[in-house]
Write a protein that binds this ligand. Structure first.
Ligand SMILES: Cc1ncc(COP(=O)(O)O)c(C=O)c1O
Length: 475
């Protein structure tokens, strides 16, 4: 039986509901439902209750607040309708996974962001395929065998076990010329880039070149170190070795340009290395998805051409998971000291236990097996993307297919990227236009960067179907 409201005065009272969750609620007794709704909405908007948090059952909250159960049920229903909460049979009422952020609270947006059920944006692997069991086995054996010094402060370059494992792996799988001494383990490529940029800047470096299309974050990280960031044009053979005057470094994605998908032409690789040799500049090779090449042998690392001029950077963000925050640099000897000096100013070193687990994961052969499995699965997804588009939208072209976890899908000239992205969003599908990777507004024809690696396997078919329906609508 629902309990009747205990207080009916017209004053605002502050109450704490603590049904397993401390929840501060302000109630206006004359407008119980509205004030409860407002209070809960504000709790979510402000982030005091985080995404996914479970709310008390309506009966319990009603009991705590001394209001009728219906009052709570109606307030919950209203917030579900607005998208702040979700309600599912058996799993209770929760804060939505992507409720609107502080921008909404500041009044810049009327309602929450639409929640994308399907995601074909690039930049992610399928994180649901993370090999939990194998990682756990590696973590267990690594921890059991770990020397006590693992729990103290360590070498800024990282654990010797991981540096040795990476050196062997990178030489074998990516053709990198490497010794364990030249490896620095970092907390993600973005940190690696910050360390490098800061080291170059500290030595008097002034400017770095980046590909005209790439991650905005990486450009911002470099700019944040105080370097001027200049764009290099990219064509079908990769970055053009032009306009390099005055640059102290260039950041490139030679194996698979991000996001355009082309490989850097061998002639240009040599030209760029010669330029570095003649000017004292360095080339930074971002080998973010070098393991994923499908139609022929992997394109080997550019670093092998000249380990003293090319910094090699790899990451576990595509092969395993971005959440690990594990990446590695292979540095020319002269840059090890300057990079470590910057490291001292940041986090000293990456967490030792994950490093030991990763070392064990590689040495046990699990990493190779996982990469092989992932390669096969992404290759199948790519083939399905190609086949589905060929069947449903034969006029549309895909580029950048031989490698990686994404492809560029050319849109009809009459389309705009923003309009296609918005139409897909209305169908619950998140897409990304090529333009969002361009350094400056350019005249490239409209295109999407389709991250076919992103969705969980069970959602891939639906994601593709929504993509095709969205595109067909324009035709
Ligand atoms: C071009 C490129 N480089 C590097 C990375 C990896 O970055 P991080 O190691 O910081 O996750 C990504 C991941 O999205 C990427 O797209």
């Amino acid at each position: 039986v629902d309990r009747a409201p205990r207080v009916r005065s017209n004053i605002t009272v502050q109450q704490w509901a603590n049904s397993g969750l401390d929840l501060h609620v302000e109630l206006n007794r004359a407008h119980l439902r509205e004030s409860l709704e407002r209070s809960l909405r504000e709790t979510v908007q402000s982030g005091r209750l985080g995404a996914g948090a479970l709310l008390p059952p309506s009966r319990t909250l009603a009991g705590d607040l001394g209001v009728a159960r219906n009052t709570v049920a109606e307030a919950y229903a209203q917030l579900v309708a607005e998208g702040w909460l979700t309600a599912r049979q058996g799993s209770g009422t929760r804060v939505a996974l992507h409720p609107a952020g502080p921008a909404a609270a500041a009044g810049r947006r009327a309602g929450p962001e639409p929640v994308a059920r399907y995601d074909l944006r690039p930049g992610f692997p399928d994180v649901t395929a993370f090999p939990r069991g194998e990682w756990l086995s590696s973590a267990r054996s690594a921890l059991m065998r770990a020397p006590a010094d693992v729990f103290g402060y360590g070498d800024g370059r990282g654990r010797p076990e991981l540096r040795a494992a990476l050196a062997a792996y990178l030489a074998r799988a990516r053709g990198v010329r490497v010794s364990a001494d030249s490896v620095v383990v970092c907390s993600g490529f973005s940190q690696a880039l910050w360390l490098l940029g800061s080291a170059l800047r500290a030595e008097g470096g002034k400017a770095v070149g980046v590909e005209s299309h790439g991650h905005r974050l990486h450009r911002e990280v470099l700019a944040g170190t105080g370097l001027a960031v200049r764009g290099l044009r990219v064509d079908d053979h990769g970055a053009r070795p032009e306009g390099l005057e005055g640059l102290d470094a260039v950041l490139l994605t030679p194996a698979h340009q991000f996001p355009l998908g082309v490989a850097l032409d061998p002639g240009r690789r040599t030209q760029l290395v010669k330029w570095a040799a003649s000017t004292g500049a360095v080339v930074i090779e971002d080998d973010y998805d070098g393991e994923f090449r499908y139609d022929r042998r992997a394109v080997g690392a550019m670093q092998a051409l000249s380990p003293e001029l090319v910094v090699y950077a790899g990451t576990a963000s595509k092969t395993l998971a971005p959440g690990l925050r594990l990446a590695w640099l292979v540095l020319p000897a002269r840059l090890v000291g300057p990079v470590l000096e910057q490291r001292l100013l940041t986090d000293l070193h990456t967490g030792a236990l994950d490093q030991l687990t990763m070392a064990e994961f590689i040495n046990s052969g699990r990493y190779d097996r996982h990469v092989r499995r992932a390669r096969l699965s992404y290759r199948r997804r790519r083939d399905r993307l190609v086949a589905t588009l060929a069947r449903r939208l034969p006029d549309m072209a895909l580029r950048g297919l031989p490698a990686g976890l994404h492809a560029v899908l050319e849109l009809p000239e009459s389309a705009t990227e923003a309009e296609v992205v918005a139409r897909a969003a209305a169908r619950g599908l998140a897409l990304e236009g090529l333009g969002s990777y361009a350094m400056a507004p350019d005249a490239s024809p409209p295109a999407l960067v389709v991250g076919y690696g992103t969705p969980p396997a069970h959602a891939y078919t639906s994601a593709l179907a929504r993509l095709c329906t969205t595109l067909a609508e324009h035709d």
